[in-house]
Design a protein around this ligand. Sequence first.
Ligand code: HEC
Length: 323
Amino acid sequence: MGVILQNSANRKFRLPEGVKPSEFLQKNDPTPGEPAINEVIKMPGYPKGSIFVLDGLMANSPGFPVGVQINGMSAYQNTLAPPPYKSRNVEAIQRGATVFEKANCAQCHSGRYFTNHDVIPVSEIKSQPSRASALAKLPQTFVPPETYPGNVSVPLPSDPPVISVPLKITPERVRDLAYAISNPAGGYKVQNLIGLYLTAPYLHDGGVAASAAALLPDADGYYTVAKPDQIGLAGTWMQHIEPDPEASLRVLVDRDLREVAIATNRANPDLQAINVDGSGHEYWVDRKAGFTPQDQSDLIQFLLSIDDDPAVLPASAKVAAAN
Ligand code: HEC
């Protein structure tokens, strides 16, 4: 940071003539003793990380007890929800919820938040594999997860008490897969489905996308690709075209449409360089799986309608909510 500021184009940020960046930063460091100028504390085991804090550092401003700010941020994030979806066709959404169950989507996207919180091995989910193995090196340096009790304040005293962090909330099998420990290919977590009407493109690499004009129904009512240059991320964002949620979800669940999206993405060298193709998650609601065009459209209406307080819940999620 000192080196960057040394030659800052804006005079306001430029270091004084002739000073050494490291000395200047050290003299003006608002958080002496902590790495760089961040308001962080060193966790037990630092510089090694743990499954609790990956880099061994936790954000914590001076003057606050340990964990108060980060727990406050978690509580705040738990209140965030997309704006309500204005359901138009409740009958179609109801039929779509039935298709969702018939197609076994609820096996993974279960309960009130449409996720069973499982991690699915790459060999099974088959979506773009590069990111799932990316964390594999980290656990090699992990120490057992520890923190300081909440009555300790920052700056930390010289010999603070230490407590261990319980890991029981996540099954070991899921943790080991998430960090590519038990399986070097790793896996991907089952996504919640809340707010899909706002979050196209889909899948973790964002490769599943289509513009509103990309698809048109054929004589049988099944959708086909009308504009092959407006499908995939290559045909939307890369062309400054907004992905359409309804068309993009159709690309997600229809294998013929998806094939075109993947091929378009793979033909784009920039997308290949950043590992985007929109592959995998092969759970189809299409002609070959025996679903009608009506089934497919109803399912999409249902998926779009899932907000923080869905108008329609599948039967299995209603049972979960009642419990
Ligand atoms: C075996 C578990 C499993 C089944 C069955 C399953 N999914 Fe998924 N789903 C996942 C996982 C894991 C992801 C995240 C994959 C990724 O991003 O690479 C995901 C992602 C998604 C997404 C993208 C969410 C986003 O924000 O990008 C949607 C939409 C979705 N699933 C809908 C469905 C539908 C509809 C069905 C049934 C036809 C279904 N899923 C069946 C595990 C499953």
